[in-house]
Design a protein around this ligand. Structure first.
Ligand code: BTN
Length: 288
């Protein structure tokens, strides 16, 4: 067996391996593992609509139609990345959803740090950044309905894609300028003893996510916002704000308690922007 085979065997995923890596109480009590799947978010939404238990975890070794934010696709090289979705059913107002998105990005930063020692950062609202490139994307989707006198959340699906063992050729030309994997970063930094085991990263990210989720449902969100600010790579920096109809430069100043980005425009006015409306970029490329 050559080294590549050995690495692949050690990084195998299946239901038992995933279960053994988890230290959570509700996230992952039901695990749906697939060798290949269209999109783990789509499957999670389907089982959520059918009434699955909170915490259901969907993991695939590759996705044929992996989705990103704003209609983009998510490249899902076979067995090289983590493609997973979690179903949650928080008793919060749909308007407070943004804190879940921010919390998920804090969980990914802390989980990756714990599993690999690598420090990543956050680009609002929830791209995880390494060496000015994207190492992880998070797609949060929600279903809500009008019940009695207000909107209630039926379920939230948090979809997380982490680039772990991708090589340069696993990213297409468009994403190569913007994307990086933990392995490519490790090579760049000559981290010879780095251990990149997907199940270990999954276990650590989900443990952090569950802690943060419990804090959110207990309305203890200050710590999450503070950590988000600490890990942010954009606060205090000039950014390009891109919407469907407009593109302008501003300074990222702050984040509100409910996760809106406060920017200062060139004319000195401030504006609060909500994720989903716009994307942001550094002035000289993907980030900073
Ligand atoms: C983004 O940055 O645009 C979000 C990317 C989210 C990708 C993950 S991979 C697992 C889950 N299933 C999907 O189809 N998308 C998310």
């Amino acid at each position: 067996m050559n080294i590549e085979d050995d690495v692949e065997r050690l990084d195998e995923l299946n239901e038992d391996i995933i279960r053994n890596s988890l230290k959570t109480r509700i996230i992952g009590r039901d695990i749906y593992y697939f060798n290949s799947m269209d999109s783990t978010n789509d499957f999670a939404k389907k089982i959520a609509a059918e009434g699955c238990r909170e915490g259901a975890l969907v993991v695939a070794d590759t996705q044929t139609s992996g989705r990103g934010r704003m209609g983009r696709s998510w490249s899902s090289a076979y067995k090289k990345g983590i493609y997973m979705s979690i179903v949650l059913k928080p008793l919060i107002e749909p308007a407070d959803m943004q804190i879940i998105t921010l919390g998920a990005s804090v969980a990914v930063v802390e989980g990756i740090k714990r599993a690999t020692g690598i420090r990543t950062g956050i680009k609002w609202p929830n791209d995880i950044i390494l060496n000015d490139k994207k190492v992880c994307g998070i797609l949060t989707e929600m279903s809500s309905q009008w019940k009695e006198d207000k909107y209630k959340i039926n379920y939230v699906v948090i979809g997380i894609g982490i680039n772990v063992n991708q090589d340069v050729e696993d990213f297409n030309e468009v994403s190569l300028d913007d994307a990086i994997s933990l392995k490519l970063y490790g090579n760049l930094m000559r981290m010879h003893d780095i251990r990149l085991k997907r199940s270990n990263i999954i276990g650590n990210v989900l443990l952090e996510l569950e802690k943060i989720y419990f804090a959110i449902i207990n309305r203890e969100t200050d710590d999450i916002i503070n950590k988000w600010k600490e890990y942010s790579v954009i606060l205090g920096k000039k950014i390009k704000v891109i919407s469907e109809s407009d593109e302008y430069t501003a300074t990222a100043e702050d984040i509100t308690w409910d996760g809106k980005l406060v920017i200062r425009c060139a004319d000195g006015t401030t504006r609060e922007i909500v994720s989903g409306e716009v994307s942001i970029r550094g002035l000289n490329g993907y980030m900073i």
